[in-house]
Design a protein around this ligand. Structure first.
Ligand code: GLU
Length: 510
């Protein structure tokens, strides 16, 4: 690639960024970094009616949480700024007028009512109303009216829009990096509105003008924008500007594989569809991956595979590895199924890579809460102890929120015993064995894992009894169930007094 790559992520701040938007941002980021290019954030807020307070901050926070910050954007390296379209408002009109002057656009004065009536009339005849070459001369615009009539209307301050004059009988040859060549017959295109009488450009005009002014080389965006590609191509041509290259990313499908994943699916299907929790201005809360206990690396790794694959069996990629491996050539055309179990799988993996001390910091408040609730033996829980516990249990955990259930016995002694486990572990001679065992443990001076293991195993061997006869009730006494990490690790962690006490507690139930 010889050009200096510049890509942009151009969300509209109409609410929280959907997970699909994060995927678009990620692919832009990866492409930019792969080519030592620049990743731009542009806020497309021309539609003031859909503007939602807090949405821009949410977008920035989400990109930062994912570790895919923008290089240029609002408040950062503003050399092509401003990056909010509402602050670039003054720029667009001249471009719309330029298109009128060159015969590529025209003023249209049709009222909303007259267009509505025309639409209804068409519907009644089972036809679709398209504003274009076939009927534009019957409608109210600067092509059907005389120059004087047009001037009079403009001078009188009548409401107007500026529409693109889509050509008749032309075939457009468009290229998309992911989809290859696409041919479009211009006769099916409508004359899209580029500029509104409220002084605001529409998405199409603002988007093309800004991509040009910001020297964007590659437009990487969701498939839902593919239908706009023909117009965008024509706009570049009409302005005489070189068009960027386009890549339309595949849709993200519901877990069933049928239909596009929507913002509402999260509530319906029980998983977040937003990176961060979102509180709407009305106070409604939507779950976020971050707050649900997902690691940003896991989410990024998962999202990278929504539509892209490296062409090998490798699934685990950190961000740097993604930058190296990523290529738009390996992005699929077909929709990518969103599998909420797969992101859990990634989270489990990334959990193992996390530093135990960091995890312990997150887990500590949960431990403190639970321990104070049970008002018991260990009230002085040291974060280093918690980190050791984390090291012993995290391989069974997907989320930090799983930790307490997996490790409560490291902090508080069991209050009850799992019924099935109890039946399985307790035999006639258990009481006697447990009392001998607690005496033995009391005599162990060097209370660490290796010594405990040898002492107890030797004792069992010498007694010529099965290991299960001792190990099962011992585990039950310590954990309350027949689960958990190595029994000797648990003994070492909770210490001699707790070990003996728990064995004795079990014995009292017999
Ligand atoms: N503002 C559009 C959006 O919200 C941008 C589409 C594009 O990238 O061209 O997705």
């Amino acid at each position: 690639m010889t050009k200096n790559v510049r890509v942009r992520f151009a969300p509209s701040p109409t609410g929280p960024l959907h997970i699909g938007g994060v995927r678009t941002a990620l692919f832009n980021y990866l492409f930019a970094k792969k080519h030592n290019g620049t990743f731009v954030l542009r806020i497309e807020d021309t539609d003031q009616n859909r503007y939602v307070e807090g949405a821009e901050k949410y977008i920035v926070d989400a990109l930062n949480w994912c570790n895919i910050p923008f290089d240029e954007g609002p408040g950062k390296n503003e050399k092509f700024g401003p990056y909010r379209q509402s602050e670039r408002k003054h720029l667009y009109k001249q471009y719309a007028e330029q298109l009128i002057a060159s015969g590529n656009a025209y003023y249209a004065f049709d009222t909303a009512e007259s267009l509505d009536a025309a639409r209804k009339e068409h519907e009644a005849n089972k036809e679709t109303f398209i504003y274009n070459w076939h009927n534009r001369l019957q409608l109210s615009n600067s092509l059907s009216l005389s120059a004087e009539e047009t001037q009079t209307k403009l001078a009188a301050g009548e409401d107007y829009v500026i529409r693109f004059k889509s050509p008749q009988n032309e075939t457009l040859h468009l290229t998309d990096i992911i989809r290859g060549n696409v041919t479009i017959d211009t006769n099916v295109l409508d004359d899209k509105v580029l500029f509104k009488s409220d002084g605001m450009p529409t998405y199409h005009l603002a988007n093309i003008v800004d991509d040009h002014l910001m020297e964007i080389t590659h437009v990487i965006r969701g498939e839902e924008w593919l239908p706009s590609l023909a117009l965008h191509y024509q706009l570049y041509k009409a302005f005489g500007w070189e068009s960027p290259e386009f890549a339309h990313l595949p849709l993200i499908l519901k877990p069933t594989g049928k239909g596009k994943l929507s913002k509402r699916d999260g509530d319906k299907l029980g998983f977040p569809v937003f990176p961060l929790e979102w509180k709407s201005p009305e106070g409604e809360i939507s779950r976020g991956y971050k707050e649900d206990g997902y690691f940003a690396d896991a989410m990024v790794n998962f999202l990278a595979f929504l539509g892209w694959n490296p062409g090998t069996e490798q699934e685990i990629f950190n961000l740097d590895e993604l930058v190296t491996a990523f290529d738009l050539d390996r992005v699929n055309k077909s929709g990518a199924r969103f599998d909420p179990d797969k992101i859990k799988w990634f989270n489990h993996h990334y959990m193992q890579e996390q530093n135990n001390d960091d995890l312990a910091e997150i887990f500590k408040p949960i431990v403190d809460d639970n321990v104070s609730l049970s008002a018991v033996e260990r009230s002085d829980i040291d974060v280093n102890y918690i980190a050791m516990v984390v090291g012993l249990i995290k391989e069974r955990a997907t989320f930090v929120n799983d930790f307490w259930d997996l490790s409560a016995f490291f902090f508080v002694s069991p209050k009850t015993y799992d019924e099935k486990a109890y039946k399985k572990a307790m035999k006639e001679d258990t009481r006697e064995l447990m009392s001998e065992l607690s005496m033995l443990i009391n005599t162990v001076e060097d209370f660490e894992v290796e010594n405990l293991t040898t002492t107890i195993k030797t004792w069992i061997t010498n007694k010529e009894i099965g290991f299960g006869k001792v190990m099962m009730p011992l585990r039950l006494a310590l954990v309350g169930a027949l689960q958990g990490p190595d029994v000797f690790d648990i003994m070492y962690m909770i210490g001699k007094n707790q070990t003996v006490e728990r064995i004795e507690n079990l014995a009292t139930t017999i």
